[in-house]
Design a binder for this molecule. Structure first.
Ligand SMILES: Cc1cc2nc3c(=O)[nH]c(=O)nc-3n(C[C@H](O)[C@H](O)[C@H](O)COP(=O)(O)OP(=O)(O)OC[C@H]3O[C@@H](n4cnc5c(N)ncnc54)[C@H](O)[C@@H]3O)c2cc1C
Length: 482
């Protein structure tokens, strides 16, 4: 019998798992996909928002400001890059300046520190490549950038290091309430648990409906992006937003924590919770919008496009509470933007909810908040590189030339807790395939390493989802046999 079963291993489920692993509890983290962070957490703007735009008094406002302040510590503990680069909301006319003034006042009410309304000269000094039509901006120095899937993977690893069990490829199909708590059914397993925490993202309404008659609804709201090559350099140094609309924060241009430039998203309500394809119309719209901020943006240096789905709740705000119809069942649902920014504070709050339900929790003396540091070969000095290669020659073999990723780093990513099992899983952990060639050269070599390290037939190695096979057979051998 588990004390707690967490459904969904996105940034929210993994953060809660890691926070709860501080206590003497038996915890299982259930995920339908073949890796953690495969849902909304893998495709978003990756901004740790300062938090001035959510309505004062809402959960979004409360958790964003609290969560933002927690990022330095948790990212340092888990060896995840985080940069507090600040953000600008730019204004093109008087009406926009009024919106910026409203955002500033709202931010002050909520407790966002050190914001400033700046004039066009200061904007130009901060961001020389932005358009001359900009008349001013709201500057929020506490905004930051982080790798959302890298953080979720690190949280899952640290949670497992501290005793949490992770069960991948286990889609929750049914939940029954019983005297002891709940019985969860997946295709291959039946899991008994005293408490359930629902962090199923876009599917959190389906999971809640397994135990409640009157549930909320989650509407998928798609946002699409361009990702530009690192060679573009610092065309912007901060996150540059335009004024928000009813549907979201508007089109932004930002550096990523890995040194690329990200442009997007739009916002489109859909029915399909799996519709992550990109479309010509949306990408053209984003192109037109970003040109308003920065005409010089070199879209010919685009290396990929992608889309993510926001989990828009019918209630309009994050739903973080024990279900009214099922005791011991906590919903953490409708975690749309700024869900990533809020995630550390949401996790702390959920621990408090668990304490309210279970009673005082006993801390584990053995809890280790730190994750084993990973070797980032490309960022080492020549002396450090040769020292590492002497100890382990696999760090001397470059597999991905675009990002300078070694065999040693890939092998390490496979063998850690919550290790990589797929080509994209390796990419999200250590970045082979994230550069200019998008895996065109290193992809087959990554497959060979995965097959060798996992002791699997190379034909069984998938790109991403369970059935996304890359190889179908061996043509030369078949010809020889004829
Ligand atoms: C376009 C876009 C831009 C965004 N930009 C930002 C931003 O800049 N800053 C910010 O703070 N936030 C941003 N967000 C929001 C942020 O990405 C989300 O709040 C966050 O990723 C939500 O995490 P999650 O864990 O709730 O959901 P997910 O990452 O979707 O995780 C849910 C998990 O549950 C699993 N699951 C579902 N059903 C089942 C089942 N039946 N059984 C088992 N497992 C199941 C899924 O496979 C998935 O892994 C953005 C979102 C989008 C889409």
């Amino acid at each position: 019998m588990y004390d707690i079963a967490i459904v969904g291993a996105g940034i929210i489920g993994t953060f809660i798992a890691r926070e709860l692993s501080r206590y003497k509890l038996r915890i299982i983290l259930l995920e339908k996909d073949n890796d953690v962070a495969n849902g909304t957490t893998k495709a978003n703007s990756a901004i740790v928002h300062a938090g001035y735009d959510a309505k004062a008094g809402s959960n979004k406002a409360k958790f964003n400001v609290l969560g933002n302040a927690m990022f330095d510590k948790v990212c340092e503990e888990l060896d995840v890059p985080f940069k507090r680069i600040g953000s600008l909301v730019v204004a093109f006319n008087r009406e926009d300046m009024k919106t910026i003034q409203d955002l500033y006042e709202n931010g002050r009410k909520i407790g966002v520190p050190n914001m400033e309304i700046i004039d066009e000269k200061k904007v130009k000094m901060m961001e020389p490549y932005l358009n001359d039509q900009i008349v001013g901006a709201l500057y929020a120095p506490t905004a930051g950038i982080v790798g959302p899937f890298e953080l979720a993977i690190a949280l899952a690893e640290n949670a497992i290091d501290n005793g949490v069990e992770l069960l991948l490829n286990n889609e929750v199909k049914k939940i029954e309430k019983n005297k002891e708590g709940y019985k969860i059914y997946t295709k291959d397993n039946e899991i008994n648990t005293k408490y359930v925490i629902n962090c199923a993202g876009l599917y959190a309404d389906h999971i809640d409906r397994m135990v409640s008659e009157h549930s909320f609804k989650i509407i998928p709201r798609r946002g699409q992006y361009y990702l530009l090559d690192k060679s573009v350099g610092n065309i912007v140094n901060k996150v540059v937003f335009q004024c928000p609309t009813k549907l979201g924060k508007g089109v932004l241009i930002t550096p990523t924590v890995d040194g690329n430039i990200l442009i997007g998203p739009d916002a489109e309500n859909l029915e399909d919770k799996e519709a992550t394809e990109t479309t010509k119309d949306a990408l053209n719209f984003i192109k037109k919008m970003v040109m308003k901020s920065c005409k010089k943006v070199p879209l010919n240096k685009n290396i990929t496009t992608f889309a993510g789905l926001r989990a828009e709740p019918s209630t309009g705000d994050f739903i973080i509470e024990e279900s009214k119809e099922a005791k011991g069942f906590i919903n953490v649902a409708g975690i749309k933007s700024p869900g990533l920014s809020s995630s550390p504070a949401i996790a702390k709050y959920v621990v408090a909810l668990v304490k309210n339900t279970i009673g005082q929790l006993q801390e584990k003396e053995s809890f280790n908040p730190r994750r084993k540091k990973r070797i980032r070969f490309a960022s080492l000095s020549d002396e450090e590189k040769s020292e590492i290669i002497q100890k382990d020659p696999r760090y001397g073999r470059i597999i991905c030339r675009c990002e300078t990723i070694t065999e040693g780093e890939i092998v390490d990513a496979i063998h850690r807790n919550a290790g990589a099992r797929t080509v994209n899983g390796v990419k999200r952990r250590v970045r082979p395939g994230a550069g200019r060639c998008q895996g065109g050269f290193c992809g087959p070599r990554v497959m060979e390493i995965l097959a060798r390290e996992l002791g699997e037939d190379i034909k069984e190695i998938v790109k991403e989802g369970t059935h996304s096979y890359i190889l179908t057979g061996c043509t030369k051998k078949e010809e020889e046999e004829k």
